[in-house]
Every structure is written in structure tokens, then in C-alpha cells.
Write a protein that binds this ligand. Structure first.
Ligand code: SAM
Length: 267
């Protein structure tokens, strides 16, 4: 996958792209990530990227010309081709007004050949960029940041770890919170059979089994794979009910799951 980030703060990305799985994916050639300085696409001596909003009001707005010129220099496919899925590319504007970034969106982006992330600043980006240049907007949450750079880093990290080969044990990315894929083959052993199925992940413990009087649940050390599987599913259901009950609507719940939920709810 190729990812391009368009920003007025290219140095911002020195840290986030240089650690962990993102770094590994780059070194392995699974992801090529380039950061583009928007100011290089200006033509005045002050390298102006922003201007006052039409209609008045607070703050400044990122101008369209440098962004269009930058994208033209990147030779991405036309908006029409991207929207018709004739090519596996997407040009994304980071925006608090966009649909939320989810694990599902991360999977969709990980299946593309190329993504371009446009980072807004100030009051935002001239709307013509979203209307005529980009093919989608994405918000990383219901809060307002000062710029799109953190959002771009979040998207890059979530997408990169889904690229085949990026994470050493690929099963681990299938078993995580929000991931809809569920493995049901009981013969696999507990470590590869507890896909979240769209729930939050179950709790994890490691050695020592007892630490300052705090012990790990007995079931995890008794070696009974079936019991471990059941316990993990129950814990995932409980945690989802407690912290993110909204997720339960989108999960394919078995009879057993519903019994567990009824019990936890005290019904
Ligand atoms: N006036 C905008 C609004 O109220 O929606 C907020 C602009 S914000 C101060 C500046 C830039 O930060 C945005 O253009 C966007 O690129 C980025 N940004 C802020 N919050 C974001 C979020 N939740 N998700 C993604 N990008 C965000």
C-alpha cells in the first residue's frame, strides 16, 4: 500500500511513523508512506496556505489551490474512478464532520492500493476540496482537534497493522476488539478461537500468576481449552455490555451468548 499525507507540519510525522508495526511494515516494503509539505505548493514569498473565510467569521481556512496542486503532483486517479471503485484508491479529508473512523473503515482502507490523507488546520479546509477532489471525509472521534495530523497518524497505524504480514501473528489482528470475523473451530485451541465477533476483546493476563496478592482467574491456568473459550466469550460479552452496549446491536449473538447476557443483566 502507498499512503500520502498532505500537511503543513511534515515534521509532525517523524515520530508516529518510525515505531512498532508501522516502522516494520515500511521496512518490509508492505507500506510506503510519504509526507508532503503543503507549503511547497504555494507561489508567494510567504508560502501562504490559508485565507480569511468568505462570509466573515472566526479564524482562517486552508486554501484550495495548494491542495489541488499537491494532489495533481501525486498523480492519483480521478475522483470519478475512485468513486466508481475502478481503482483501489481513496483521497480522504480529515474532518470532525466526517463519518467516524472504525475498525470496519480501517479494513476497507487496508484493502486499497493507495490512500491520501489531507490534514486540515485552522477552521478547516475549503469545502471544494471535499466536494471536488477528495472522495471521503473521516473523523477520528466526536471531539475537535487543532489539526488532522493526529488523525492521519491514527488511520495509518490502524490500517498498516491490517496489511498481510505486518503483524507477526496475523490471527491476533482477527481476534481484537470490534473485529467482526469470528473463528468457531473448537479444535484450534483457545488462543485462536476467541475472535471478538464485533465485541470488545476479553481480558488478558500474563505471568506471574500471583502479583502482590492479585491472582489471575483459575480457568486460565487449568489448561481446559473449552472452558477458557467459554470464559473469554463471557468476559467479552460482559465488558461490551458494561462499556459499549451499542456494539451488541451489530453482533451475531448465539443462544448461549444471550443466556450469558440475560444472566449478567440479572434477568
Ligand atoms: N471548524 C471545524 C469544525 O468545527 O468541525 C474544526 C476545525 S479543526 C480546529 C482543524 C482541523 O483539524 C480540521 O480541518 C481537521 O482536519 C482536523 N480535525 C479536528 N478534529 C478532527 C476529528 N475529530 N477527526 C479528524 N480530523 C479532525
Amino acid at each position: 500500500m502507498k499512503a500520502d499525507i498532505v500537511t503543513i507540519f511534515p515534521d509532525f510525522f517523524r515520530g508516529p511513523l518510525d515505531y512498532g508495526i508501522t516502522r516494520r511494515a515500511r521496512e518490509m516494503g508492505l507500506a510506503t508512506i510519504e509526507v508532503h509539505d503543503l507549503r511547497q505548493f504555494t507561489h508567494d514569498k510567504h508560502r501562504t496556505v490559508d485565507d480569511r473565510p468568505f462570509g466573515g467569521g472566526e479564524g482562517m481556512v486552508l486554501k484550495p489551490e495548494p491542495i489541488f496542486e499537491c494532489l495533481e503532483s501525486l498523480a492519483v486517479a480521478s475522483r470519478a474512478d475512485r468513486l466508481s471503485v475502478a481503482v483501489k484508491q481513496s483521497v480522504i479529508v480529515l474532518s470532525a464532520q466526517g463519518p467516524p473512523f472504525t475498525q470496519q473503515v480501517a479494513s476497507e482502507l487496508a484493502a486499497l492500493d493507495r490512500i491520501v490523507l489531507i490534514c486540515g488546520r485552522y477552521e478547516g479546509v475549503d469545502e471544494r476540496v471535499s466536494e471536488f477532489l477528495a472522495d471521503r471525509e473521516i473523523s477520528i472521534g466526536d471531539y475537535v482537534l487543532s489539526g488532522g495530523e493526529l488523525g492521519a497518524a491514527v488511520i495509518i497505524e490502524a490500517v498498516t497493522r491490517l496489511l498481510p504480514g505486518a503483524v507477526g501473528n496475523e490471527a491476533s489482528t482477527r481476534q481484537e476488539s470490534f473485529t467482526a470475523h469470528v473463528v468457531t473451530d473448537a479444535s484450534d485451541g483457545p488462543d485462536s478461537t476467541c475472535g471478538s465477533g464485533g465485541l470488545l476483546d476479553y481480558p488478558h493476563y500474563t505471568r506471574p500468576a500471583e502479583f502482590r496478592g492479585m491472582t489471575v482467574p483459575d480457568v486460565l491456568v487449568n489448561g481446559n481449552h473449552l472452558e477458557i473459550r467459554r470464559w473469554r466469550r463471557e468476559q467479552a460479552l460482559q465488558k461490551t455490555l458494561r462499556n459499549r452496549p451499542d456494539l451488541l446491536d451489530g453482533v451475531d449473538l448465539s443462544k448461549e451468548d444471550n443466556k450469558i447476557l440475560d444472566r449478567v443483566r440479572g434477568r
